[in-house]
Structure formats: C-alpha cells, structure tokens
Design a protein around this ligand. Structure first.
Ligand code: AHR
Length: 312
C-alpha cells in the first residue's frame, strides 16, 4: 500500500468506471468495419466500457441509440453521423444531460456548442488531392470522368465532390460526365459502374473513375473487368480510404491512387475525452487527421501486407 500504488489504483478505477456509447453508422465499407474494430480496441486498452450500436445506415436508428445512451447515463458518446443534417434536437438532449459528444469521421451542420469536438480528415482536401493526382496523370489529353458518390447527404459525399470539382476548374480537358451515388458500398459501386459503362460506349469513352471510397472502386474494378476493359489502364482509378483491397488492386496495376483515411479516429477522440474528464480541458472543435496519397509507386504490395488483418 504505497501512496503511489493507491493513487494508481484510484486512477484505474476511475477509467474503468467510465462508460462510452458509440453510435456507429453500420458496416457499409471495409474502412467502416476497421474503424469499429479500432474503436473497440482503443476502448478496451483504456479500460473503458464501450456500448456499441450499429444503425444499419439509418439516421433514425442512430438517434434512437443516442437517446438510449443518454437514458443509460453514459459518460460520453461517440457519433459517426451518417448524414450532415437533422442532429440538433438529439445533440441538445445530450448537452442538457451533460454528456459530451465527439463526432467521428463525418461532420454535422449543427452549431459547434452542441458537441465537444470532431475528429476527422479535411474531406474537401481529400477530393482536391484526388483531383490533383488525376490532373497530373492525364496531362493535356481530353478525359471523360465518371464519379461514384458516397451516401447522399453525408459530409464526405458533399465535401469530396466539392474538393474534386474545385480543383478541376480551369482544366477544361477533364470533365465529370456522369455522377451517381453508390452509397459507399462495393455492391452499389459495381452496379452503378455497370450502368456508366453501358452509357459510355461500353466504357470506351471513359478515361477515369473517381470513387468517393475504395470499396466502390473495388466494385467498379470488377464491373470494368467484366466489360472486357483493363481497370488502371483503359480507365484510370482514383479513390479514397486506403483499405487493404485497394492496395492489392494497385499492386496488380488495376487501380492507380488512393488518399488514405486513418480508421483510428477513436484514439484522438478518447485522448480528448480523457483530458476533458481529468481537468475540464476543452479540445479544439476539430482534430484533423492526415490525408496521404498512395500510388502504384508507393510499394502497394507492402502496404497491403502491413494493413491486412488490422480489422479491415
Ligand atoms: O466517413 C468516412 C467514409 O465512410 C469512408 O471514406 C467510407 O468508406 C465510409 O463508409
């Protein structure tokens, strides 16, 4: 019973006493599944009791989960908001219950005082990085681009589109000719790409695909192969996330570039909560993660090996 040991066990008891609710979107993509795995791991490593809710991509389920977490009296709520609008009322309820909410990977249009902080990438910048890569790869040739958008109304779908379009301005040889949602899933990425291929002379008129996430790109790669074209050559492919399967596709020269999004949003989120619980430290309203571009030149086979099995 030294004082230090006593103090240590008191801190551990404190951490173990904390309960967190995680209102997750679902498991629409490999990236999303990895984020769930990492969040559970981060909570376990810190001795936190994590209550997990999978909303099956429905906002109403997320709102019900948050209300249930409030009723349970959790110490904090992690929310990955499926769409950007419609959160004011439930965030207000959490605020009145004095439960801090941390947003993960997506933004909301609610007032900043309704949440503690948001951890995520600069989603507009991701679109810019993707467009800059494509501009460099295409050069002066005319290029008809097709775009697979993420979930309609989600902040990554809105912002990744904006960043990409803004960067293409002034590069008139590059043109987005078709744009449709694939809801961030492989299955819909494939289906929508099939319709793009059909509408574009069997795909011969398409120069590049911009997919708002890797899973849709992986689905589209399948569709392109089935149409008898070579993904990564006949049609350039740039997407966002950095999931293992996309690195595998790059190592086989079937995809060209991806902008990495870390699935570890929970690490910075729980650090911010720890500091807040300890002495009321207010984090900044936005904790930004990195957006790194990877291409076929960046050892995709090695990157695949390093990532596979990490919960993806
Ligand atoms: O909000 C992040 C996005 O959501 C990821 O890029 C996508 O894969 C996921 O579904």
């Amino acid at each position: 019973g030294s004082v230090a040991a006593l103090a240590l066990s008191a801190t551990m008891a404190l951490a173990a006493d904390k309960t967190i609710g995680f209102a997750q979107i679902g498991s629409e993509s490999g990236w999303r599944a990895a984020e769930t795995t990492v969040t559970k791991q981060q909570a376990a490593d810190r001795g936190l009791d994590l209550r997990f809710s999978d909303a099956q991509q429905k906002q109403e389920n997320q709102i019900a989960a948050i209300r249930s977490f409030i009723a349970q009296g959790v110490d904090a709520i992690l929310l990955a908001p499926v769409v950007a609008t419609g959160w004011d009322a439930v965030l207000q309820e959490a605020k009145e219950a004095e439960i801090p909410v941390v947003l993960l990977d997506r933004q909301v249009d609610s007032s900043e005082d309704l949440y503690l902080t948001a951890v995520g990438s600069n989603l507009v910048h991701e679109g810019e990085v993707a467009a800059e890569w494509l501009i460099g790869a295409v050069g002066d040739k005319p290029c008809r681009i097709v775009e697979l958008e993420g979930t309609t109304g989600s902040s990554p779908a809105i912002d990744r589109k904006t960043g990409f379009e803004n960067t293409l301005k002034g590069h008139d040889n590059l043109q987005v000719v078709r744009s449709q949602t694939g809801d961030f899933t492989r299955a819909q990425g494939k289906e929508v790409m099939e319709s793009f291929l059909q509408a574009e002379n069997g795909g011969k008129d398409i120069c590049a695909l911009y997919a708002h996430n890797d899973d849709m790109a992986v689905g589209a790669i399948q569709a392109i192969k089935e149409a008898g074209l070579q993904p990564g050559k006949d049609i350039l492919i740039v997407s966002i996330d950095g999931v293992p399967d996309l690195f595998k596709a790059m190592s086989e020269a079937e995809a060209n570039a991806t902008v990495e999004l870390t699935p570890n949003m929970a690490g910075p989120a729980l650090d911010a909560l720890d500091a807040y619980w300890k002495d009321g430290t207010m984090p900044p309203k936005f904790i930004q993660t990195e957006s790194k571009l990877y291409t076929q030149a960046d050892d995709p086979a090695g990157e695949y090996d390093r990532r596979k099995g990490l919960g993806y």
